[in-house]
Design a protein. Structure first.
Length: 288
């Protein structure tokens, strides 16, 4: 899971006697500082950082940061990348994977997707964010309605590329809209898949500019980014981190010009799935 935490959100450790709670002493204070350093890796641009850069981001003494980095080698939380720089390691990945394993099984999403599919008479899909090899999306669950993947008219190779890319489609852009600027830059370095349709936003500057509009609107719309198809998508969040996106596709000839119903239904489904991911599965029932 990838967080949208910004550097401004990393709060420097308070160590003055007047400000520091009495309970935050010794080991508790050290644990707080360790978490500040870990959080800094998710907020700073790039993957590799030196102790001075991390110290500036967290407000900690550089010697304290250095000791924290050294202590993280035993559990592979941090890796040393010569010369004198560090990155998050497989130990940090294990923590993330363990956290992701606590989210509901994708089968729990099926009733939500079924209602969305019936309401819009479309192909309802849940995508999840995959960080491996650069930010991408992965298919998690779907309800086809009267459609299926073969209806999209793409060969297997093009289907896989288009489905995984965040450069294509409403679901890709709605996920990218909730990534950090560094990860958005990584998305923009990825090529637009060969199977992408004529409506794809190919210009990097236009793509980046669209992300702020998507965050403001709470959804994204695509027309002909998959040839012959239109879609509406909305983000599924886990706290302040993007979990994935829910989208509904229809043949462009059948998608109405007035998107009020598809947008309302898709954003409602995304809100429901956000509650499920957050552990609030009984927040309200899925009816009908």
């Amino acid at each position: 899971m990838l967080s949208r935490t910004t550097q401004k959100e990393i709060q420097p450790a308070q160590t003055s006697p007047d400000d520091e709670p009495a309970a935050r002493t010794g080991g508790t204070l050290h644990a707080h500082r360790v978490m500040l350093v870990v959080q800094a890796f998710t907020a700073l641009p790039g993957t590799d950082h030196g102790p001075s850069e991390l110290a500036a981001a967290t407000g900690l003494n550089i010697a304290v940061v250095y000791r924290i980095l050294q202590s993280g080698f035993a559990t592979s939380i941090f890796l040393r990348v010569p010369p004198g720089r560090y990155r998050l390691g497989p130990g940090a990945a294990r923590i993330g994977m363990q956290a992701m394993a606590t989210t509901p099984d994708v089968a729990a999403a099926k009733p939500v997707l079924e209602r969305l599919s019936r309401t819009v008479d479309g192909f309802a899909l849940l995508w999840v964010l995959s960080p491996y090899g650069g930010p991408r999306k992965a298919y998690a669950a779907g309800v086809t309605g009267r459609y299926d993947f073969e209806s999209l008219g793409l060969g297997v190779a093009d289907l896989v590329e288009v489905a995984q890319s965040l450069r294509v489609g409403a679901s890709g852009r709605v996920i990218a809209a909730h990534l950090s600027p560094f990860l958005v830059s990584a998305v923009l370095k990825q090529p637009v898949p060969a199977g992408a349709g004529p409506g794809t936003v190919r210009d990097a500057a236009a793509y980046a500019a669209s992300l702020a509009e998507i965050r403001e609107a709470g959804h994204a719309v695509s027309r002909e980014e998959v040839p012959g198809w239109s879609a509406v998508a909305a983000p599924v969040m886990w706290g302040d981190a993007v979990y994935g996106a829910v989208s509904v596709l229809k043949p462009s000839s059948l998608m109405p010009e007035d998107l009020a119903l598809p947008v309302a239904a898709t954003t409602a489904a995304a809100e429901r799935l956000t509650l499920l991911v957050s552990g609030e599965s009984d927040a309200y029932p899925v009816a009908g």
